[in-house]
Design a protein around this ligand. Structure first.
Ligand SMILES: Cc1cc2nc3c(=O)[nH]c(=O)nc-3n(C[C@H](O)[C@H](O)[C@H](O)COP(=O)(O)O)c2cc1C
Length: 360
C-alpha cells in the first residue's frame, strides 16, 4: 500500500497533520554522496506558498535519521522525516460529519469506520507527495549518473493548451531548462494564460484542473517486462499514487484510437551512430511494455482541487440529511503546478528501480 519498488524501494508514512511525514528508502548504493542542493531545489518546486498555490507555508526540510554516515550513504535503509508545522486542524471539524464532494472524506470514513484522520486530508493529502519528491530527487540523482534525465511541463490548464514536447527530438537540455522554471510551460504565452486562468478561478472561489506532460530521455532500450510488469503498468501504478491524478496516456495515447495504422506507425530507421531509432515517436518510447530507446513520453490528467470556497451540496452523516457545505481553510486553486514535480519523482522512482543500480 505505502511501498513501491524492489531494488530501489520507498515506503511512505504519515498524515497531513501528524507530527511528521516521511519515508524509508532502501537500495541507494553505499557510498553515494547525496546532492543536498539538488534535493532542496527539487522539493522547493513542490512546496506550498508559491504564487498561485495555497497560502499554507510548510517547512519541507527533510531530517535524515539513518542510512548516511560520514556524508555518504552507508548501505542501511535511509529513514527521513519532514515535520508538519503549519497546521490549522480546526478547519476540518465540520467535514468529519459533512464530507467534501470529490475528496476522499466519505470513502475513507466508510473504509476506516470513521477512525480516519480527517485533518488536512489525513493520509490522502497532497502533502504526502513531499516524501515522494525527496526520494524521487535521490532517484533522479542516481539516474543522472546513468545519463537519464526526466522533466515535465504543464501542457494544459482548464481548456487553455500549450504545445507539446517534440516526442522524437526532446533532449536533456530541454528538460533541465524546465526544472529551473517556477511555472514550467513550453511557451511564455501559454504560461501567462495559465496563470491568468488560475488567478481568475481562485478569485471566483473555484478551482481548475489540467494536464502535465512528462518525458524521460537517455533510457536504454530493452528495460521493462511484458504483461503485468510493463513500463506502462509500473508507471501508471506509481502515478496514480499522486492524489488527484485521474488519467495517464502514453505516446499518442487516446488520439491513437482515431488514427489509421499508416498514420500512427513509427517508421524504424538507422541512426548515424548505428543504433536503431524511430523517425516519429507516437509509441512514447514503449512497445510491448519494454523501452525502445526513444524518449519516454506520457501525459497525466489532474482534476480540479476538490475543496472550493463556493457552497456545495453534501450530506450530514450523523443527521442523515442533505446539507449545504462551505469549505474553509487554505486550498490550492489548481493542483497541477505542485503535482508536476511529483510526476517527475515517481517516474524517477520507477526507472531507478529498473535500471540496475550496482551495489558498491
Ligand atoms: C500537491 C497536491 C496538493 C493538493 N492540495 C489539495 C488542496 O489544497 N485541497 C484539496 O481539496 N485537495 C488537494 N489535493 C487533492 C486531494 O488530495 C485528492 O483529490 C483527494 O485526496 C482525493 O483523491 P483522488 O483525487 O486521487 O481521488 C492535492 C493534491 C496534490 C497532489
Amino acid at each position: 500500500m505505502f511501498s513501491i519498488g524492489n531494488k530501489f524501494r520507498l515506503t511512505v508514512f504519515g498524515q497531513s497533520h501528524s507530527a511528521a511525514i516521511g519515508g524509508v528508502i532502501e537500495g541507494i548504493p553505499a557510498g553515494t554522496v547525496l546532492d543536498e542542493d539538488a534535493i532542496a531545489r527539487f522539493m522547493a518546486r513542490r512546496a506550498p506558498g508559491q504564487a498561485l498555490t495555497t497560502p499554507r507555508r510548510e517547512n519541507d526540510r527533510p531530517q535524515i535519521l539513518s542510512g548516511v554516515a560520514d556524508g555518504r550513504t552507508c548501505g542501511a535503509p535511509l529513514a527521513f522525516t519532514i515535520e508538519n508545522t503549519n497546521i490549522r486542524s480546526h478547519d476540518y471539524e465540520r467535514i468529519r460529519d459533512v464530507p467534501r464532494p470529490m475528496h476522499s472524506d466519505y470513502a475513507a470514513a466508510i473504509k476506516f469506520g470513521g477512525a480516519n484522520d480527517i485533518r488536512g486530508g489525513g493520509q490522502f493529502s497532497g502533502r504526502l507527495t513531499a516524501p515522494i519528491c525527496f526520494a524521487g530527487a535521490i532517484a533522479a540523482q542516481l539516474l543522472a549518473d546513468r545519463q537519464v534525465t526526466i522533466g515535465a511541463h504543464i501542457s494544459s490548464i482548464g481548456s487553455v493548451e500549450d504545445s507539446r514536447f517534440d516526442p522524437a527530438g526532446v533532449c536533456a537540455a530541454d528538460l533541465r531548462a524546465l526544472s529551473g522554471m517556477e511555472f514550467p510551460a513550453l511557451s511564455d504565452e501559454a504560461g501567462r494564460a495559465f496563470r491568468k486562468l488560475i488567478a481568475e478561478v481562485r478569485d471566483a472561489g473555484d478551482s481548475v484542473g489540467g494536464t502535465v506532460e512528462c518525458a524521460a530521455v537517455g533510457v536504454p532500450a530493452g528495460i521493462g517486462d511484458p504483461m503485468f510488469s510493463g513500463i506502462e503498468n509500473l508507471l501508471a501504478r506509481a502515478l496514480f499514487a499522486i492524489p488527484a491524478i485521474k488519467g495517464v496516456e502514453f505516446g499518442a495515447g487516446f488520439e491513437a484510437a482515431r488514427l489509421r495504422g499508416s498514420d500512427h506507425n513509427d517508421p524504424f530507421e538507422m541512426a548515424a551512430d548505428g543504433s536503431v531509432r524511430t523517425r516519429t515517436n507516437r509509441h512514447g518510447g514503449i512497445l510491448g511494455g519494454i523501452t525502445t530507446g526513444m524518449p519516454l513520453v506520457f501525459r497525466v490528467a489532474i482534476k480540479p482541487t476538490p475543496s472550493i470556497a463556493l457552497e456545495q451540496d453534501s450530506v450530514s452523516l450523523s443527521e442523515r440529511r442533505n446539507v449545504r457545505l462551505a469549505i474553509e481553510g487554505r486550498h490550492d486553486p489548481c493542483i497541477v503546478p505542485r503535482a508536476l514535480p511529483a510526476v517527475e519523482a515517481v517516474t524517477a522512482l520507477v526507472l531507478a528501480d529498473l535500471i540496475a543500480i550496482p551495489a558498491r
